[in-house]
Design a protein around this ligand. Structure first.
Ligand SMILES: Cc1ncc(C[n+]2csc(CCOP(=O)(O)OP(=O)(O)O)c2C)c(N)n1
Ligand code: SF4
Length: 247
């Protein structure tokens, strides 16, 4: 069977994602967005040492493997060296908001002209489902077995609150829990890529994404969890849209 629907995706290759994982869906959305804009040949992805790394086998782009937590800074460096390339850093929430929070904030403060797509499954997926900064209050993980509380585990991270008042070009939160939301996510990525082409600056699109293995849910239950719980705690929407090109 040939799954190659988009010019830059090849789902025939062996990727190691679990059934129902959101990473593959998001790779498909990225390639569809880039194809729609006709810019696939300019894309360079920077992949994290985490579950997102298998995107290198699904997407037919030039790609660089950054150190865990350093993909946003790496993408900013590559962009400075190759301004014509369209840079997409693809960290998870553990990478972008825990070990890599300094890189995320510093690149935002410098308004680096790159797109960061944070795949937020609210856990450290690859290493066994530990609590991340984006783990929801009440959520049980391997390191918060009684459910996260602010008192015991610290406040949960909402990146839209942290970066919401800054001068970056674009900040949005999307989801892959339904076809309608997948289509909206594609539009947000297209918009962010256009902003990079216009030189408008730092764009961050966070995507709520299922991790059935560590959530200990079926793929269907995981989509319901995003719909009924994760996106209630972390609302979807566009929070910064400077310059405003058409979505
Ligand atoms: C410098 C460094 N510290 C820690 C690790 C171990 N490590 C690999 S993946 C990972 C967590 C990944 O979680 P996240 O970034 O949320 O991505 P996900 O796997 O959930 O997509 C960690 C801690 C590493 N590879 N390198
Ligand atoms: S552990 Fe979670 S994020 Fe990683 S491949 Fe499996 S479902 Fe996806």
């Amino acid at each position: 069977m040939n799954f190659k629907a988009s010019k830059h995706i090849d789902l025939n290759q062996q990727a190691s994602w679990c059934p129902g994982c959101g990473h593959g869906i998001i790779c498909r959305i990225i390639t569809d967005a880039a194809d729609k804009l006709g810019v696939g040949d300019r894309i360079v992805t920077v992949d994290d040492v985490a579950c997102g790394q298998f995107g290198q086998y699904a997407m037919d782009y030039n790609s660089i493997m950054g150190a865990h937590g350093r993909v946003v800074a790496t993408a900013a460096g590559v962009k400075r060296a190759r301004p014509d390339a369209l840079l997409i850093a693809r960290p998870g929430d553990g990478s972008a908001y825990s070990i890599g929070i300094e890189s995320t904030i510093s690149c935002a403060m410098r308004n680096e002209n790159i797109l960061t797509i944070v795949i937020n499954n609210s856990v450290f997926g690859m290493t066994g489902g530990q609590m991340s900064p984006a783990t929801l209050y009440g959520m049980k993980t391997s390191t918060s077995p009684f459910g996260r509380t602010a008192e015991r585990n610290g406040s949960m991270m909402d990146i839209t609150k942290l970066l919401g008042q800054t001068d970056i070009a674009y900040l949005a939160r999307c989801s892959v829990d339904s076809i309608a939301n997948i289509n909206k996510t594609q539009k947000c990525i297209e918009k962010a890529l256009k902003k990079q082409m216009n030189g408008e600056g730092f764009c961050l699109v966070e995507i709520l994404s299922p991790c059935p293995t560590n959530w200990k849910l079926t793929p269907e239950q995981s989509m319901e969890f995003i719909r009924n719980t994760q996106s209630k705690a972390l609302p979807l929407g566009e929070f910064i849209d400077k310059g405003g090109n058409e979505a």
